[in-house]
Every structure is written in structure tokens, then in C-alpha cells.
Design a protein around this ligand. Structure first.
Ligand SMILES: Cc1cc2nc3c(=O)[nH]c(=O)nc-3n(C[C@H](O)[C@H](O)[C@H](O)COP(=O)(O)OP(=O)(O)OC[C@H]3O[C@@H](n4cnc5c(N)ncnc54)[C@H](O)[C@@H]3O)c2cc1C
Length: 281
């Protein structure tokens, strides 16, 4: 199908982008276009104006700042996948990246677009939640930072309001005893996951502390499994798997029934628990 007609404007600066977005609900940001263009072509959305932010300076780059790693909104998935800085400082992102679509999609798709789009089956929102990251936003009323736990509000719904530009995501830089784990089930490699799990923890001798499990593909947003986290920190993987029935309530969808997703969540947890137990080289 072809999209409904729309106007196009290329923003020169962040302020210019925010000004162009002042057209209200009818204006939409164009970043990598890997999700937006598909929704336009399927006529799932019909904005009057696309505001292209690809020429806006200051939204690229991966920098370490104050114990955090900051990833600009326009950093492409492929750049993040190949970044030695991300491999060292945010190894969970490096683990997740090859699961996102295919190389052609990762060459264009951006980190900011993926977080802003907030597909419930997407990898990066769950990684952001697992790591306890933050999102920087610039909008008509200035700048603000929103924690991952407050950012994802509902199905494709985030703390972004009309006129806002997501400028960067910030993640705590990995410390020496950091452990991460990632696994997903997809029908074919590159498909959105039926269910997936992004996890991190700190090793304390043979024990794990600060266990954070963020599931995706099992609800309207990425979901923390708090009871399973506590059981895993206590060293009881079986209890953690049993606790998932209290933590998660996956709805049926086109991929699988809720019951199948809950079963898959347990299988993923056993795999990821094995990864968390091992120090990375
Ligand atoms: C065949 C196919 C398979 C895919 N598989 C996966 C997958 O397995 N996992 C996965 O996670 N993704 C997958 N994707 C999506 C891909 O990761 C997208 O790149 C990503 O979801 C959106 O990033 P984008 O830069 O392309 O954003 P766009 O498509 O340009 O924008 C997406 C939405 O976010 C908004 N937006 C973009 N940037 C910003 C910003 N900086 N501030 C505020 N709003 C913004 C746009 O207005 C739009 O509403 C797939 C895509 C395709 C086509």
C-alpha cells in the first residue's frame, strides 16, 4: 500500500525540530523510518507532517559521563552493535542488538526510535528497564529526564508528549562484578520475539545481588519480574520459575497463547540464570 499524503520538513537543529513539531498531534518525527514508514504504508497512521531529525547535530555518539554511558538518539542499531564502548560499558545492549531485525534494518533503525516507538516485543526497551536507565527528552517546555520504570506507560505509549524529542538514553556503566543475560524466542531469527528476557545482576561471590529481570513480548510494556528476581537472588532457580506465574500475566496474541508465553518465560529464565551465573570474559 501507499501512505496517505504528508508534508516533509528537515530539522536543522533540536530547537527547529521542536518548533516544527508544534504542529501538534499531526506532526511526527522521522528517525530511521524502519517502524514509521511501515505504519504509514499500512495506513495505521497518517500524520500531516514528517519532521526529519537525521540532520540534527548532538544526537549522535556514545559517551561515558559520570559513571554512565550515554547513547545519542540517532545512534543506529548497527553502530551500537559494533561499538567497543557499548560492548565494554553496556554489554547487555551488545548481547541484544543482533536479535533486532536484520542488518538492513539495523543499518537505519535508531536507538531513540526503538525506545520512542516502545513496541512491547522490542528488545531495547526491556534492556533499558533491566539496566535501570534513563531517557533524556527535549520539548516545548524544556528538557527533562525520565527513568525507564516511568517511561513505558502502555501499549506503544510512553512519557513522550506531542512536540517532544527523545535526545539520548543513559545507562549505568557496567562495573567489574556486573553480570548480564539475554535470551528470546522468535519464530525466525530477526522476527519480533514471542517472549524475551533481558537481565542484569551483580555477583557477590557465588551469589547474585541486585537481580533485575525485564521481560518483553509478554505484556503491553516491558515487565519486571520482581518475585522471580528475589528468588533468583536467593539462589533458587526453580522457585524463580514458579514465581513467574505471579509476576507475569501474558495476554494471548497472534504469536502464542498467554499460557505458552508463560511457559517460554520459564525456559528463558533458566537459560538467563545460567548466563548470570558465569563471569563474562
Ligand atoms: C522487518 C522489520 C523487522 C524488525 N524487527 C525488529 C525486532 O526484532 N526488534 C525491534 O526492536 N525492532 C524491530 N524492528 C524495528 C526497528 O528496530 C526500528 O528501527 C525501530 O523500532 C524504530 O527506530 P527508527 O529509528 O527506525 O524509528 P522511526 O521508524 O523513524 O520512528 C518510530 C517512531 O518513533 C518516533 N521517534 C523516532 N525517533 C524519535 C525521537 N528521537 N524522539 C521521539 N520520537 C521518535 C517516530 O515519530 C515514530 O513514531 C523491525 C523493523 C522491520 C521493518
Amino acid at each position: 500500500m501507499k501512505p496517505a499524503p504528508f508534508a516533509y520538513a528537515k530539522a536543522r537543529t533540536l530547537d527547529h525540530a521542536i518548533e516544527l513539531l508544534g504542529h501538534g498531534e499531526d506532526a511526527r518525527i522521522l528517525a530511521g523510518g524502519q517502524s514509521l514508514i511501515a505504519t504509514l504504508n499500512m495506513r495505521l497512521s497518517h500524520p500531516a507532517l514528517l519532521v526529519d531529525i537525521n540532520g540534527v547535530g548532538g544526537l549522535n555518539g556514545v559517551v561515558r559521563k559520570n559513571g554512565h554511558i550515554e547513547i545519542g538518539a540517532l545512534v543506529r542499531h548497527a553502530e551500537a552493535e559494533r561499538s567497543p564502548e557499548i560492548a565494554r560499558q553496556a554489554p547487555l545492549i551488545a548481547l541484544a542488538m543482533p536479535h533486532i531485525g536484520h542488518p538492513a534494518i539495523r543499518n537505519r533503525g535508531t536507538i531513540g526510535g526503538s525506545i520512542a516507538f516502545a513496541d512491547p516485543a522490542a528488545e531495547l526497551p526491556a534492556c533499558l528497564l533491566a539496566l535501570g536507565g534513563e531517557v533524556d527528552i527535549a520539548g516545548p517546555r524544556g528538557r527533562r529526564t525520565v527513568r525507564a520504570g516511568d517511561f513505558f506507560k502502555g501499549l506503544f505509549e510512553t512519557a513522550l508528549t506531542p512536540g517532544d524529542v527523545l535526545t539520548a538514553v543513559r545507562l549505568p556503566a557496567a562495573v567489574a562484578d556486573a553480570r548480564v543475560g539475554f535470551a528470546e524466542f522468535a519464530r525466525r531469527h530477526g522476527d519480533y520475539a514471542m517472549a524475551g528476557l533481558a537481565a542484569c545482576a551483580r555477583a557477590d561471590g557465588k551469589r547474585l545481588d541486585d537481580v533485575r529481570l525485564a521481560y518483553f513480548g509478554v505484556g503491553a510494556t516491558p515487565v519486571r519480574a520482581h518475585k522471580a528476581e528475589a528468588a533468583l537472588a536467593a539462589g533458587d532457580v526453580d522457585a524463580a520459575v514458579s514465581a513467574l506465574a505471579k509476576d507475569l500475566d501474558p495476554p494471548d496474541d497472534v504469536q502464542a497463547s498467554g499460557a505458552v508465553k508463560l511457559h517460554l518465560a520459564g525456559v528463558l529464565l533458566r537459560r538467563v540464570a545460567g548466563q548470570l551465573a558465569e563471569a563474562r570474559p
